[in-house]
Design a protein around this ligand. Structure first.
Ligand SMILES: Nc1ncnc2c1ncn2[C@@H]1O[C@H](COP(=O)(O)OP(=O)(O)OP(=O)(O)O)[C@@H](O)[C@H]1O
Ligand SMILES: [Mg+2]
Length: 273
């Protein structure tokens, strides 16, 4: 039995988190805590609610039931103004990178700094941008626009922006998706580096089992709105659960296949109309 984390080691806690959209239950009573300085990876099939889950951690979505805590403070019921100070302590790397296209790399990185702090001194801002870009190997790209960067470079700039305020927690939504294996591995290394050098608590959503095993202290697999399995990479790989094995091997289940055939037939019959 591992040592149970002390309450103050837990940076983020989800208690019975349930989210419904209309009649669809996406998250069904998820209870999870995230320990200081550790990297938790959340995996699961497309549409299982991974993005919805991490959006609750910065309260971009509000639970239908259950609670979200940041350092023992309940945050899911705070108003937007009260959430500001919580959000400055969390960096968020959106699915797809999401840099502001009309801003240069420099402007992208100082955006959260200007929004959430009183720092306006040009020298200080230059220094923040330089150190954050250097960390991701992109110093010198300050005046580039996102359109002239590769996919991997954009993710690195997005990571530099996410750490601009020295957050305690970073939430990464699919940081390696769409990158070739080498560029994906650069991102893995950067996530490891933020953990080692900055002591950041990371919560990473991914489809990529290689990335999950490399960076995760713990992997949590979601399925049908619930936690199917939780453990280290070995636990996941050795699991006999068919859903887990199918996920690792990238195989579709018979039920999913059947439901897809139904929808293919619906499409065909629609096309005939
Ligand atoms: N704002 C919303 N309104 C209604 N339904 C939503 C909303 N956001 C997400 N959903 C639904 O919730 C479910 C989970 O979505 P989510 O984006 O969390 O999936 P995911 O696990 O991140 O998938 P992927 O791996 O493809 O990114 C989906 O069925 C989606 O359609
Ligand atoms: Mg998603």
């Amino acid at each position: 039995m591992g040592k149970k984390p002390e309450a103050n080691d837990r940076v983020v806690v989800l208690k019975g988190l349930t989210k419904r959209f209309g009649n669809t239950v996406v998250l069904d009573g998820i209870t999870l805590s995230f320990e200081k300085g550790k990297t938790t990876v959340i995996i699961g099939p497309s549409g299982c609610g991974k993005t919805v889950l991490i959006k609750h951690i910065i309260v971009l979505l509000r639970p239908s039931a259950g609670e979200v805590y940041f350092h023992n403070q309940r945050i899911d019921n705070l108003n937007e103004k009260e959430l500001e100070s919580v959000r400055t302590q969390m960096g968020f790397l959106f699915q797809g990178g999401a840099l502001f296209d009309s801003f240069t790399v420099y402007e992208n990185i100082i955006f959260p700094v200007k929004q959430h702090t009183d720092i306006h001194d040009k020298k200080k801002l230059d220094e923040i941008v330089r150190t954050k870009l250097a960390m991701v190997g992109m110093d010198g790209f300050q005046d580039y626009y996102p359109a002239s960067l590769s996919g991997g470079q954009k993710k690195r700039v997005a990571l530099a922006r996410a750490v601009a305020l020295n957050p305690e927690v970073i939430l990464y939504d699919e940081p390696t998706t769409g990158l070739d294996p080498i560029r994906a591995d650069i991102i893995n290394e950067l996530i490891l580096k933020t953990q080692k050098e900055l002591g950041i608590t990371s919560i990473v959503v991914t489809h990529d089992m290689n990335s999950a095993s490399k960076i995760g202290d713990r992997i949590v697999m979601l399925h049908n709105g619930k936690i199917l399995l939780e453990g280290d990479a070995e636990t996941i790989k050795n699991s006999k659960l068919p859903e887990v094995q199918r996920f690792i091997k990238g195989e579709i289940s018979d039920t999913d296949l059947q439901s897809m055939q139904i929808s293919f037939e619906d499409i065909k019959s629609d096309e005939k109309k």
